[in-house]
Design a binder for this molecule. Sequence first.
Ligand SMILES: Cc1ncc(COP(=O)(O)O)c(C=O)c1O
Length: 434
Amino acid sequence: MTQATQTQTKTQTTTFTHLVSKEGGVKYPLKALHVCEETFSPLEVAYDYDAIRAQVSREIIEAGPNSIWRYKVFLPVESENPIDVGTGMTPLVKSKRLARRLGLKDLHIKNDAVNMPTLSFKDRVVSVALTRAKELGFTTVSCASTGNLANSTAAIAAHAGLDCCVFIPADLETGKVLGTLIYNPTVMAVKGNYDQVNRLCCEISNSYEWGFVNINLRPYYSEGSKTLGFEVAEQLGWKLPDHVVAPLASGSLYTKIYKGFQEFIKTGLVEDKLVRFSGAQAEGCSPIATAFKEGRDFITPVKPNTIAKSIAIGNPADGCYSLDIARKTNGNIESVTDAEIVEGIKLLAETEGIFTETAGGTTIAVLKKLVEAGKIEPEETTVVYITGNGLKTQEAVQGYIGEPLTIEPKLDSFERALERSRTLERLEWQQVLV
Ligand SMILES: Cc1ncc(COP(=O)(O)O)c(C=O)c1O
């Protein structure tokens, strides 16, 4: 009996059957494996969709937990009690003021800036990866991270009682580093960029029996991002949007939102429809956007240089698959400058009261650019994915926002300051109008 078959017979509700190479369809057992030895392409989790169809309905999902685990039948875990730290079911905000500012009629913001427990979409992938890590017998978990993943791995490992050692580039923002250290894992700050951190971790994973969430556990981990697709479909009243805009680093999140929509179609939960997939990168690290614009189907790695550190991956593992999705869905992959990213962060905050980090600023700035270029139609039901929280990347906006008005604890001091600020506002408006 293969390991895959043994796993299936353990529990009746298990719907994932094996790992399969993205190219060539080579099958592998459900172990901690991530690359096909024959085709060198990544491995992905395969499911028995008949088994899923037999176990799922809109009503069953709606009656499930208020977390990603309402979609457990679509996720590669066996446990009756997966690690549930309240991850998922984040708000889908119907935009009024941002939509009006951009001239869009039906814009929605998927707000993972308030995801639990560490305020980014990474809590989704890590909840799945660490549940699977425990099932596969790992006692130490690890990751190569641009910041958010380290926060999430450290927090959820602490909750689950797993040993944790994370690797980050040494130049990350203070909020990201502190937001990892607080959970008391071992933190290795590597003097290099993310791609160098990742290479080191691949080497370490060959000789240490650790569960690296985004290396040897990557096929399971990445499935967690499908829930960003599932939730949007459910929150839109069991309908798919016309257009999505999401950030791209490795491209994993983007490709898995697509897989999530396809699985909902395949299992009859939503009607079939072509959703346009657009992607956002920072100009200082835009290997996928560049390949898209140049009409190439291969990625040329770059050395990142941008304030959007969380999406600064110069050699993206799922770059080619992202290109393919953008092209076949009539989407676009666009990049924006660091100055536009800061403006994107400010625009979302001022219009919707959502403070996002640099990845979100990139996504909003790309949304704006695509609308202005006529590449998103005003009537399209558009969903923009905000994947992280601005409190973690405060350095990015320092110096680009106002200062508090310091006053004496006296009424006249307040009134003088108020008058000064109103005069300044008027002058600024006059300058805008000139
Ligand atoms: C906030 C945020 N958004 C988006 C991404 C992109 O993720 P992916 O590597 O799945 O493309 C990351 C990656 O770390 C991130 O931290």
